[in-house]
Design a protein around this ligand. Structure first.
Ligand code: SF4
Ligand code: SF4
Length: 350
């Protein structure tokens, strides 16, 4: 027992030395009650089973990886990167500094170094960057590293701007962390009130189907109805609203470090710039970072960009926006041409 504790502490110390913010280790059984939480959530939503049913598999890690004896959960802070207001108002911040599949990212290198360290101890591991081996937020909560707030995001003392990774291991271990966080005030509903699509309808109840983060990254051939498009406002890819309005995130974003490669693609991120990109350029510059929109659905980028232009149509941008939308009349995808025609009609220009 004592020997195991020593190994667990050593692992934690190594993680902290590498820059991981928090680390805990849980038994695989600790995740089983995730299925109950998920079922409760499904019952609260119409169509809940269809939306969330596929995540039930995350509860039983041993079923998926039979040799699992423990799960190591690491939380790392990404809220230290410099993100301009223009980018943060249009893109989900977690996507702008996403370390998954990005070999140049310090966080990615840190996690690889940590995994190498585990292997050097003779510990076998399994992980994957997306979608992961288990339900990350619940695993981090069960490991005592923080709490899940009413907006469904996981928080540490550094706010919700944190990433979570987990490894299944073949070694029996347990190390439950500590935190100093208080639950949300029962009177606070800022995140719920601010959600542009009302996807977050009550505490801990979010309909993924209508969340802007899902709508704007969907690969389904759907152009959505007028009301949904309007609610999506100025978001091109993802949404930060329920995190930005949260008082527990106040002053938590540090805006100091440069994320590798972000400056290089900054010139392609505005709606007008997206409309001017060819699909080859979108695939080259945007797809590697924003991988939820796959290579077969690149038309989603043009729909999203046009949607922002339509929602933010003001005299000041009129010339630039109309030129971009005119271009889309010749797009190779009918769904894009259709939206361009609709927009020009709406503004009396066709
Ligand atoms: S990410 Fe945006 S759309 Fe989704 S629940 Fe939060 S506020 Fe609502
Ligand atoms: S906005 Fe209020 S209710 Fe929502 S997560 Fe933050 S503290 Fe909790």
């Amino acid at each position: 027992m004592e020997k195991n504790l020593l190994i667990e502490e050593e692992i934690q110390q190594k993680a902290y030395a590498l820059g991981i913010e928090k680390l805990g280790i849980i038994k695989p059984e600790a995740m089983l009650d995730y299925a109950d939480r998920l079922r409760e959530r499904m019952e609260r939503l119409p169509n809940g089973e269809a939306i969330y049913g596929r995540f039930i598999r995350f509860a039983d890690v041993q079923k998926n990886i039979p040799w699992t004896k423990s799960i190591i959960v690491a939380v790392f802070h990404y809220g230290h990167y410099n993100i301009t207001k223009e980018m943060g108002d249009r893109y989900g911040k977690s996507y702008l500094v996403d370390s998954r599949f990005n070999e140049d990212s310090p966080e990615r290198q840190m996690l690889i170094a940590f995994e190498d360290y585990l292997h050097s101890l003779g510990i076998k591991t399994a992980s994957n960057e997306h979608p992961g081996i288990t339900a990350m937020r619940w695993a981090a909560y069960k490991a005592g590293l923080g709490i899940i707030r009413r907006n469904n995001f996981f928080y540490t003392e550094k706010g919700s701007w944190v990433g979570i990774t987990a490894w299944a291991t073949d070694k029996e271990m347990e190390l439950i962390g500590k935190h100093s966080l208080e639950e949300c005030s029962v009177n606070c509903n800022k995140c719920i009130k601010a959600c542009p699509t009302k996807s977050l309808s009550s505490p801990y109840t979010m309909n993924m189907i209508t969340c802007v983060s899902r709508l704007s990254t969907s690969n389904d051939m759907d152009s959505y109805n007028d009301e949904t498009n309007r609610q999506m406002g100025g978001w091109v890819y993802g949404c930060n609203v329920c995190q930005e309005v949260c008082p527990r995130n106040k002053n938590k974003w540090e805006n100091k470090d440069i994320f590798p490669g972000l400056i290089d693609i900054q010139q392609f991120l505005s709606p007008a710039q997206i409309m001017n990109l060819s699909y080859e350029e979108i695939e080259k510059y945007l797809t590697p970072k924003f991988f939820y929109i796959n290579k077969e659905s690149l038309w989603r980028w043009k729909l999203n960009a046009m949607n922002v232009m339509i929602n933010e149509y003001i005299e000041e941008h009129k010339k630039e926006y109309m030129a971009s939308i005119q271009l889309a009349l010749e797009d190779k995808y009918e769904i894009v041409r259709e939206k361009a025609r609709w927009a020009l009609n709406k503004f009396g220009l066709l």
